[in-house]
Design a protein. Sequence first.
Length: 289
Amino acid sequence: MTESRSTERGVIGLASGSLLRPIADRTPAVVRRICAGAWLDVSSLPARLRDPGRWNEPWQTFHNVGGGDFRASGEAILRQLVDIAGLRRDWRVLDIGCGTGRAAAPLAEFLAPEGGYVGFDVSRIAVDSCRRRFRRRRPDFAFHHADVANPVYNVRGSAAPEQYVFPCPDQSIDLVFATSVFTHLRLPVVARQLRESARALKPGGRFLFTAYTLIPGRGEPALSPFEPGVMVLDPKAPERAIAFDETLLRAVVAEAGLDVVEPVRLGAWLGEATYEGGQDLWLVEKPVR
Ligand SMILES: C[S@@+](CC[C@H](N)C(=O)[O-])C[C@H]1O[C@@H](n2cnc3c(N)ncnc32)[C@H](O)[C@@H]1O
């Protein structure tokens, strides 16, 4: 969803047969992410030179949220929130793993003052950047730093991600979304975030998230087996990219008390896509009981 279709294929493609593979294998995941971010920053220079307003966009060397044009991919996320999840201007939204505000930027224009936005991320740099950039435009937007550990994104995080309580009261949110986040979390953390989302959502509220979904007959991903039903790009640093069996994801969605609303939309990362996005797109709902 957030990644361009070709970028997503490229990310997974790195696992197979790249000439740089032997060097990359010996480089810590954090360093690899910084180098990839620096490359994205160099690629962003033409757009920044054409439109001076874009110098205010965050630099990926400091916190890399993935490939594609920052503004265009943020606008694509907003379109999907509106077209697929039915987002309205007066809704309260929760952005899990908000990164440097790729979705918050178009949401700052879209959401009415009666609506609301809460985002959180494990990266202090990313959260500080959002607070700085949105303070004047949308003082009502809230950005929280979750100091939980992620071996790729917050190496020194002090708390366990399986215990993190989302920064919102019960039944206060109309729409939760997580773009390119579950592709970097182990299954118990995904399960926890689904349960917390169910708690935070109003009855009938929705959750749109992306994932790499393993479906029999879909194709062979360039990933390595890690645990039953789980494949990863790099077994030494699983959080770089993780894919789950569809059955595993359906089970944790159901355990959280959420319903899958429609068939998973397939992204371009593996074989034929059924929508305009790199990762697979899941829409789930908290039932009205
Ligand atoms: C590929 S980036 C995507 C960022 C953002 N969602 C976007 O689309 O621009 C993945 C994000 O997940 C964050 N992250 C990693 N572990 C997390 C966790 N346990 N809870 C919340 N965010 C997490 C990272 O810091 C990073 O900002």
